[in-house]
Each structure stands twice: as structure tokens, then as C-alpha cells.
Ligand binder design. Structure first.
Ligand code: NAI
Length: 399
């Protein structure tokens, strides 16, 4: 029975799912660990679940020869040395889609609130003012939503937007299947010129830094609003600040910032603080109870499938093999260096032992090869030793 350790107060849905899958040796540690404490806790453990504060460096991983898989119960995987894990034959899983809906719902809410000028009305009411004016307050019905980055979140936003009567267009440099009645735009500029609300759903990184620069912010209609729940670096904040203060943009909602406080004790600093037509939220686009619950189940399921069947579908650092039910006596998971002759030699070893291969899947990724082989008889200790000693073998397990 594999041993599983879940660190950092992972949602209860994870343990529930693992137990449902038949795993009984589960230890929960309600905090992040580091150094010797981390290595001691994970020694002899088959699978570890963590969030963003436990760092599995190459050094830590090298001290954990027993560890077979890692589950990041979050979206990001920076806290794990993915290359080192792959080189050691350890697939790493995360939960890339669990909070898609949460972000999409927030964006629609923000579009509605901004186009109705609710942030300003709210701020004035708090100050004792009674501003009943309809000036500049619009329904979202029939307005054009421009989605920049039509990936998982962008496409989901488009579906929700149409369900409240918006028209949807999008810009993505990759060719994407339009969902519903969404219309691809030939250029980002044409989207910015036409949309009543622009929402950004591009990846972070050097390719999208200041994507919304001064020139592009100026292209937007003065009645339009800008929403950024992607990554902070995507918008030139000074340019946005200027456009808002000069009335060249009706409003904005930001959930992410170029510089974000590292903890709740640090002050949040932004030139946009105090602007009544701006909604500022502390990077909570994906933070809902439902998303946490989904993350718990999604990653626990990936760990369970790997431990029970060797499935590596959607691993972030590893050759991906989809789930295949094990229908014969023995399944061997073989991780090896991606070089010629490994599978031929392994299959010769099976044949020599009188075993018939019923099914075999091989995938490679960079320097790593991964094979799942189902055979129709028991695997002897001698054969297992032989497979493990093969010079290209990184890991070999029986499930
Ligand atoms: P995704 O990878 O599914 O989609 C990104 C899309 O952007 C892709 O279709 C890609 O082709 C497109 N793209 C790349 N460069 C572009 C460019 N220059 N112009 C237009 N489109 C471009 O990503 P997903 O899952 O939809 O996430 C989108 C963003 O949301 C990411 O930055 C992610 O970090 C962020 N996010 C924020 C959360 C929050 O709490 N605020 C929670 C979850 C994700």
C-alpha cells in the first residue's frame, strides 16, 4: 500500500478522494516543511502533495529515492525542480483547470459592475452621497466583450458572456475554435478599437509584458472598461492610470499587479488606489471554495491513477500516457533514458522469462522514456532485478 503525505492544509476533498480510491496510508501535515524536517517526513513515502510553500529542490529530491510522484495542489509548479524530478523518473501533477470557472465568473461580474458604474456609486454611497444618475451606466446586453487570449479561461468567459446577452469577439495569435457565436478578430488593435469591455487572459512571461502598453490603452473607446485577471505585467499600469485619470477609459478591474505583496502583512501599493472607477482585488480570481475543492479532487485523482495504473496524462514534466485499465496480472512501469534499444532489450527479458506482452505503451519527452507494459504472468524478483539493472533504467515499478 503506497504511503502518501499531504502537506500545507490541502483541501479535505483530496483525502476523501484518495480513501475512496482505496488508499489508507495517508498522513496530513498542516504546514509547509523545509530542510531536514522535509526530508525526514518524506523518507520512505511514495507520493507527496503540496501547495506553493514547500520547495522540492534537486537536493531534496535526491534524498528521497522512494518518492514516486508529486502532486502540486495548485496551478503553479515553480516550487518543484521539474527537470530534476523528471531526471529521477518522478512525474509531477498540478490542477491547471480547477479554478477556470471562478476566474470567468469574476470577470463577468466585473464587466457588469464597471459598465453600470457601480464602483463609483458604491464609493459615493459610503460617503453619504445619493447619486442616482443613470449617466454613463449601461447594461451589458448587446455590448461587445473583447477577449484577449482565448485559452481555457478566455473561452469560458466568452460562454458566460453570451449567456448574459453580450456579443463576444477575441484575439489569439493561435488559431482557436470559436465557441458559441464568438468572433475571432484579425488583430489585437481591431479588438481594442471596437470592444466595450476588454478582458485579458494571456499567459504571463516575456511574450506578454506590457501587452497593453500606452498606445494600445489609448486605442480603447472612452466608454470602455479594461479587466485584467491574467498576470500583472501584462498592463502598463502608468499608462492605464493616466488614461483613467484623463477620462479616456471608463473604468478598470485589476486582480493582478506587476508587484504584489508577498504576505498579508505587507502593504499593497498601486497608483490606482483611491480611483473610484477601479475595482482592485488581491489576486483572488481563482480563489473560491469550489476551486479549492476541485483542486483537491483533481490532483488526488491524478496521484491515484499514477500509483494504481501508471497513468501520467497531464503530468507537467513527464512523458504522458493516458489511463488504461489494467486487465492482466502484472503491469510494469519503466522509466528510462531515451536512447536506442531499451524497449527491445526489455521485451527480450520478458520473452526469456516466458511472459507474453498483452499491451505496451511508450512515450518519450526529451531525455526521458516511459513505458507501461502489461504481461500475462507474475514477475519474478530475478526479472525485476534484471529490468532495474538495465543501464538505461531510471526507475522500474510493479503495480
Ligand atoms: P491558457 O494557456 O489556457 O490560455 C492563454 C491563451 O493566451 C492561449 O490561447 C494563447 O494562445 C493566448 N496568447 C498567448 N499570447 C498571446 C498574445 N500575445 N495575445 C493574445 N493571446 C495570447 O491560460 P489560462 O488557463 O486561460 O490562463 C490565462 C491567464 O490567467 C494566465 O496568465 C494565468 O496565469 C491567469 N490566471 C489567473 C488567476 C487569478 O487568480 N487571477 C487564476 C488562474 C489563472
Amino acid at each position: 500500500m503506497p504511503k502518501i503525505v499531504l502537506l500545507e492544509k490541502i483541501h479535505a476533498s483530496a483525502v476523501a478522494h484518495l480513501k475512496q480510491q482505496g488508499f489508507t496510508q495517508i498522513v496530513e501535515v498542516p504546514k509547509a516543511l523545509s530542510g531536514n524536517e522535509l526530508v525526514d517526513t518524506l523518507s520512505g513515502v511514495d507520493a507527496v502533495g503540496l501547495r506553493s510553500n514547500t520547495h522540492l529542490t534537486a537536493d531534496v529530491l535526491n534524498h528521497l529515492p522512494h518518492l514516486r510522484t508529486i502532486g502540486c495542489f495548485c496551478i503553479g509548479t515553480n516550487q518543484v525542480d521539474l527537470g530534476a524530478a523528471a531526471a529521477l523518473g518522478i512525474p509531477v501533477f498540478n490542477a491547471p483547470f480547477s479554478n477556470t470557472r471562478s476566474v470567468a465568473e469574476l470577470v463577468i461580474a466585473q464587466a457588469i459592475l464597471l459598465l453600470r458604474r457601480i464602483p463609483e456609486k458604491n464609493a459615493r454611497s459610503h460617503r453619504g452621497l445619493w447619486d442616482k444618475s443613470a449617466k454613463g451606466a449601461y447594461e451589458v446586453r448587446n455590448k461587445l466583450l473583447g477577449i484577449v487570449g482565448y485559452g481555457n479561461i478566455g473561452a469560458q468567459v466568452g460562454i458566460l458572456a453570451e449567456s448574459v446577452g453580450m456579443r463576444v469577439c477575441y484575439y489569439d495569435p493561435e488559431s482557436k475554435l470559436p465557441l458559441g457565436n464568438a468572433r475571432p478578430m484579425p488583430t489585437l488593435e481591431s479588438l481594442l478599437e471596437q470592444a466595450d469591455a476588454v478582458t485579458l487572459h494571456v499567459p504571463g512571461g516575456s511574450g506578454t509584458v506590457n501587452l497593453m502598453n500606452r498606445e494600445r490603452v489609448q486605442l480603447m473607446k472612452p466608454t470602455a472598461v479594461l479587466i485584467n485577471a491574467a498576470r500583472g505585467g501584462v498592463v502598463d499600469i502608468d499608462a492605464l492610470n493616466q488614461a483613467l485619470r484623463e477620462g479616456k477609459l471608463a473604468g478598470a478591474a485589476l486582480d493582478v499587479y506587476p508587484v504584489e505583496p508577498k504576505s498579508e502583512n505587507e502593504e499593497f501599493v498601486s497608483p490606482l488606489r483611491g480611483l473610484e472607477n477601479v475595482i482592485l482585488t488581491p489576486h483572488i480570481g481563482g480563489s473560491t471554495e469550489e476551486a479549492q475543492d476541485n483542486i483537491g479532487r483533481e490532483v488526488a485523482d491524478k496521484l491515484a491513477r499514477f500509483l494504481k495504473a501508471g497513468t501520467t496524462r497531464s503530468a507537467v514534466n513527464f512523458p504522458e500516457i493516458p489511463h488504461i485499465e489494467k486487465e492482466v496480472q502484472s503491469r510494469i512501469l519503466h522509466v528510462h533514458r531515451n536512447e536506442p534499444g531499451v524497449i527491445a532489450r526489455m521485451n527480450a527479458d520478458f520473452a526469456e522469462s516466458g511472459l507474453n506482452i498483452v499491451a505496451q505503451q511508450l512515450q518519450t519527452r526529451g531525455a526521458i522514456g516511459y513505458a507501461i507494459t502489461d504481461v500475462d504472468g507474475p514477475i519474478s524478483d530475478a526479472l525485476m532485478k534484471k529490468l532495474c539493472k538495465e543501464p538505461a533504467t531510471i526507475r522500474c515499478h510493479l503495480v
